[in-house]
Structure formats: C-alpha cells, structure tokens
Write a protein that binds this ligand. Structure first.
Ligand SMILES: NC(=O)c1ccc[n+]([C@@H]2O[C@H](COP(=O)([O-])OP(=O)(O)OC[C@H]3O[C@@H](n4cnc5c(N)ncnc54)[C@H](OP(=O)(O)O)[C@@H]3O)[C@@H](O)[C@H]2O)c1
Length: 240
C-alpha cells in the first residue's frame, strides 16, 4: 500500500511509520523536521519511506509540500495523525489563551483538512482516510474534568469535517473513519500527566508499538461499509 502519514518523525506517528515500512508498505512520511529517528527507519527500509520534510500542517504551504512529495504516486490510504495539545494546563475559560486555541485549530482541525486536500487527487475507489482523535469522554458531556478547551474543541471540529467528508466521498468509494488511539506512552501524554491533568499514568498506557499496531489494524480493516464510523483502537464503536 501507499500511505500518506502526518507527524511521522515522533510519537505514535513514528511507530506507525516504522511498522508500515517493515511490512513492505510505502510511506509518504510528513514531518516538520526530519530527525535521526526517522532517518534510521529510512535507512533500514530503503525506498519504502519517502520523507516529506518541512510540512507544518498548521500552515497553508503544507498542501503544496505534501502534493509535491507524493507526486504522481497513487495513494491507498491517509492517516491524519499530527496534532498538538497545548491547552491542557488551563484552569478554566478565563485562563484560556485564544492564540494557543487558534494554533490547535490550525493544527488539529485545519491540518487534517489540508492533508486531505493534498491527498484526495491521488486517492481512488477503495481508498481510506483515518483520523486520529481523542477519547470520546473528552469530547462529550461526561468529560472527567473541565478544561483542555482548545485541544478538545479542535478535535470536535475535526470530527465534523470527517462526518461531512464521509458524505462527500462515499459515492466515490473512499472510506473515512475516526479512531481513538487510547492512552499511548508519548510526549503528549507525559506532558499532560506531569501537569496533573489526566488520571491516566503513562506507565499504564500502551507502548508506541502497541498503539501503532492497533491504528494500522483499524486502517487495514476499514471498508466502505464502515465509512463514517468512530471506533476505539480495537474497532469497537465509540459511544458519544
Ligand atoms: N498519546 C496519547 O495518549 C493520545 C491520546 C489521545 C489522542 N492522541 C492522538 O494521537 C495522535 C498522536 O499523538 P502522540 O501521542 O504521538 O503525540 P506527540 O508525541 O506529541 O506527537 C505529535 C506529533 O504531531 C506532530 N505535530 C504537531 N504539530 C504539528 C504541526 N503543526 N505540523 C506537523 N506536525 C505536527 C509532531 O511533530 P513534531 O515532531 O514536529 O512536533 C509529532 O509528530 C494525535 O492525533 C493525538 O491527538 C494521543
């Protein structure tokens, strides 16, 4: 398969990239800045990882960079993984820095839109688009605690985009799914944990390898029959 993946140089994205390349897929691996970790995967799997460097999904230029990096290659799947959670350390709406919230929207919601804009011309019937979200409790009325406004609202906007895209792309034979990754032992979780803003300790979280494996399994299992669904990392429909 040919897969476009965002945020591939670090965290869960790096794990997804490594596993896809190891099994023989070709990954168009976007990142803001390539590093030793992704370069090591490139070296281990010659020709299987095409790094598209300098892709900041919060910026409009990301679309052309991704398009140029993919070139004429057909894509089988897209994984919108890149995201930022910068608003976890606020006590309430009066503390909320809307500049930070705007950046979260630019990255988490519009970044996913930009990724799809770049990829869609290269997707054919049978293609798949996977959006990585956060836990349903964080977006619903039963959030464990208030706060994290910008991150949660931007993921909510991404959901609305995914729902609209489902309607648009079903007639074209392209499937869309939203996947909750669960707690994964990455920098993002550590930052929230160290600030005392999550009850989920990193020691109980899935490893990056386990999390990546489950995301890939969801992408593999996705068919047009399930388009528009929101599922857990094990494929169970999420309550919302
Ligand atoms: N870890 C968890 O427990 C958890 C829980 C719920 C949901 N998630 C979701 O899982 C996904 C992966 O998160 P993670 O845990 O791997 O987080 P992470 O370790 O913080 O990694 C975030 C990734 O997103 C990239 N990124 C951030 N801002 C970007 C931008 N403006 N343009 C391009 N790339 C950008 C980062 O690239 P740089 O290296 O350039 O910063 C990095 O590759 C995210 O969608 C996140 O919301 C994670």
């Amino acid at each position: 398969m040919n897969i476009l993946l965002t945020g591939a140089a670090r965290g869960m994205g790096l794990g997804i990239c490594a596993q896809l390349a190891a099994r023989g897929d070709t990954v168009y691996a976007t990142c803001r800045k390539a590093n030793d970790d992704i370069n090591a995967i490139v070296a281990r799997h010659p020709g299987r990882v095409r790094v598209i460097d300098g892709v900041d999904v919060a910026e409009e230029a990301a679309i052309d960079r991704m398009k140029a990096g993919v070139g004429d290659a057909p894509l089988d799947a897209v994984i919108c993984n890149a995201a930022v959670n910068a608003s976890f350390d606020t006590d309430g709406v009066l503390d909320l820095d809307l500049g930070i919230s705007l950046h979260e929207y630019q990255t988490n919601a519009l970044g996913a839109v930009r990724t799809v804009k770049a990829a869609l011309p290269r997707l054919s019937p049978g293609g798949k688009i996977v959006f990585i979200t956060t836990g349903p409790q964080a977006l619903g009325k039963k959030a464990p605690a208030p706060g994290v406004y910008g991150y949660r609202m931007s993921k909510g906007a991404m959901h609305t985009f995914a729902n609209l895209l489902t309607l648009e792309l079903k007639p074209r034979g392209i499937a869309v799914q939203i996947v909750t990754p669960g707690s994964i032992d990455t920098k993002m979780l550590w930052a929230v944990w160290e600030a005392g803003r999550t009850p989920n300790p990193p020691k109980d979280a899935l490893s990056i390898d386990e999390g990546a494996q489950r995301i890939i399994a969801r992408m593999d299992a996705l068919t047009l029959e399930q388009t528009g669904t929101w599922v857990s990392n094990l494929g169970v429909p999420e309550p919302y």
